[in-house]
Design a protein around this ligand. Structure first.
Ligand SMILES: C[S@@+](CC[C@H](N)C(=O)[O-])C[C@H]1O[C@@H](n2cnc3c(N)ncnc32)[C@H](O)[C@@H]1O
Length: 206
């Protein structure tokens, strides 16, 4: 895997400020609509900040798949899962490029999450097409993104954080892209202080 192909401006943030910014990842995931028993794909999972809480929500009758192209990130995420007391096979770890999902997943996901990464995707149309064709009909797709605010205004632990201002997007831009790929807008939620979540449905038939 050539990790030089990573989407620009999507390096995993340091744990100290990421934990300060996202103190309750499980609560965020519940607000996005992740539910007990679902099979969920955490696309571009990084060090697993959202992956491990996904297991708490879906339980043993659900399934969590975590994909990242950077093996170091997957190792961090595996260590996090171990420290949380999860069984080694509780999560399917997938080292792959998010733009090439076909044939890489052990199960068809009912919910796909991409958190803090979409802003950097150069070919959003191609990625959304791939996500749409991978998702189970009747399933949901959610994007967590930084609000389109000047970077200097989005401080955490007194330092400006997040992608540069010109890479940030409004929720309606994300909705426009995803609608073009076939998704139907389900809803937009605020994730204070600096983020929003946009949730989409894939129709049951089609
Ligand atoms: C900013 S981190 C976000 C991690 C996690 N989603 C979160 O919000 O805590 C972005 C992650 O995307 C991964 N990534 C970037 N481009 C990728 C690609 N083309 N395919 C798979 N993973 C990619 C990076 O390796 C990094 O771990």
């Amino acid at each position: 895997m050539n990790i030089d192909n990573r989407f620009p401006a999507t390096a995993m943030p340091d744990t100290d400020w990421w934990t300060a910014l996202w103190p309750d990842p499980e609560g965020v995931l519940r607000r996005l609509g992740v539910d007990f028993g679902q099979s969920v794909l955490d696309l571009c999972c990084g060090d697993g900040h959202f992956t491990v809480p996904l297991c708490n929500i879906v339980g043993r009758s659900g399934r969590v798949m975590a994909l990242d192209m950077d093996p170091n990130m997957l190792n961090h995420a595996k260590a996090r899962a171990r420290s949380a007391g999860l069984a080694p096979d509780a999560i399917d770890w997938i080292e792959a490029d998010a733009t090439k999902l076909t044939g890489r997943l052990p199960q068809v996901p009912e919910f796909i999450l991409i958190a803090n990464t979409y802003h950097g995707v150069p070919d959003k149309e191609a990625l959304l097409r791939e996500i749409y064709s991978t998702l189970m009909p009747g399933g949901q797709f959610a994007v967590i993104n930084w609000h389109h605010r000047p970077r200097e205004d989005t401080t955490v632990l007194d330092v400006a954080r997040g992608p540069q201002t010109n890479m940030r997007m409004n929720p309606d831009q994300v909705a426009e892209d995803a609608t073009r790929a076939g998704f139907r807008l389900h809803g937009v939620i605020e994730l204070p202080p600096y983020h929003y979540g946009v949730v989409f449905d894939k129709a049951k038939a089609g």
